[in-house]
Design a protein around this ligand. Sequence first.
Ligand SMILES: [Zn+2]
Length: 457
Amino acid sequence: MIVVPLGIASATPTAIRHLPAVALWREGSVYLFDCGENAQMRMLQAGLKRSKIDSIFISHFDVDHYSGLMGLISTLQLQRRDRELNIVGPKGIKEYVEWNLNFSGVTLSFDVNFVEVEEDIEEQRVIDGEDFYVEARPLKHKRFCLGFRFQEKDKPGKVDAEKAQALGITEDDQFKELKAGNTITLEDGTTVESYEIVGHPRPGDSFAYISDTEYCPNSVKLAMNTNILYHEATFSNQLADKARETGHSTAADAARVATEAQTKLLVLGHFSARYTNLHVLLKEARDGFYPTWLANELRPIFTDPTHERGIVEVKVELKDLTKPDQSNHRGGGGGRGRSHGRDNRGGGGNRNFRSRKPRGRDDRGGGGGYRSRGGGGGRYDNNRGGGYDNNRGDRYSGGRSDYNRGDRNDRGNSGDRRYSSGGGNKYYTRNNDDQGKEEMPKRSISPRTSYDDFDRF
Ligand SMILES: [Zn+2]
């Protein structure tokens, strides 16, 4: 599951923070928690398709938490949605939506399944899907407000395929029975118990959304052992009184809930507009519960962090300096360009001289220089050092010296050509590719923000 904060402001939006809304993506469907103004735009910007919304959960009727609902419904109508939509909220949500539709004379093209929660509940399972459910509990705010927990049901354990094959289990039906926990009888009369083939059930992912509340036990119950707890942190400790007065939490309150619930990751949101530097809140929360992040609008958070790999691109490579082999060729840090130059020359002296003047030549050489010297070791070094570094220089901060080298090389272009006609085409081409001037167009230039990839989900 992926959590995407769409709006992290409280009450009033700021220039960079939008009204409350958090999207949860799971298996191609989107579950929206609160729907502040602009939520539908933020979805678009986050690359979340509005047509994929399965359910909308409204925590309470402070306007900032539902002001985007009618606009979003209108968009779904214009998109000619035909799938049913679940709208969950405190009692009155149905009246609100229907009144608005009547007022505008709109008849929806799709069915809406309203789930209204009465004020006197202790807890209620508001959605019960095939492989997940959503539970709601009342929180402690100035008006009736709901917190939600999205819980995947446990997944069946993994099947030991080798063991199954050895026992002669081949039919899909047999696997199905075993996965369901049943015992099967094979053709030769032997019985196979489920536990012989199927491992322990794997716990499902979980997410809790708790906004607009003082500290209360129900928050802890909702957040118990969750992968991600999204909790409001409207104020810092300094304004703890104001938090009590208005039925809100401080960052420390959020940390308290996270600690008591033993959640894996606490994400803070719903920030008062007075905080331009949110790190005050982060610090206070981390004093109580270290695994805390500040919600960042449109920045996806994975319930399983290992899934982030490949989606969030690594910008910096950490080098293992304990490996002498690497540091030899790639240099370790500042003196990189120079040590590299030395490699090219097969470890010769005249370091100062070389590092300045013949840089271009070395490069051209990709090795013209040492080639003429004809050293076998030299060629190897150059190939490795030069080729490798040139190829990657642009991507790693440490590659700057190579970048510069490429640039110089560019200026001394005629030299390159000469070299190239000499048969070193391979090096020439590669160097050429990597020259600073030609690096830039390789990256697609786009006015979009990094998270504004429309087909991502
Ligand atoms: Zn609020």
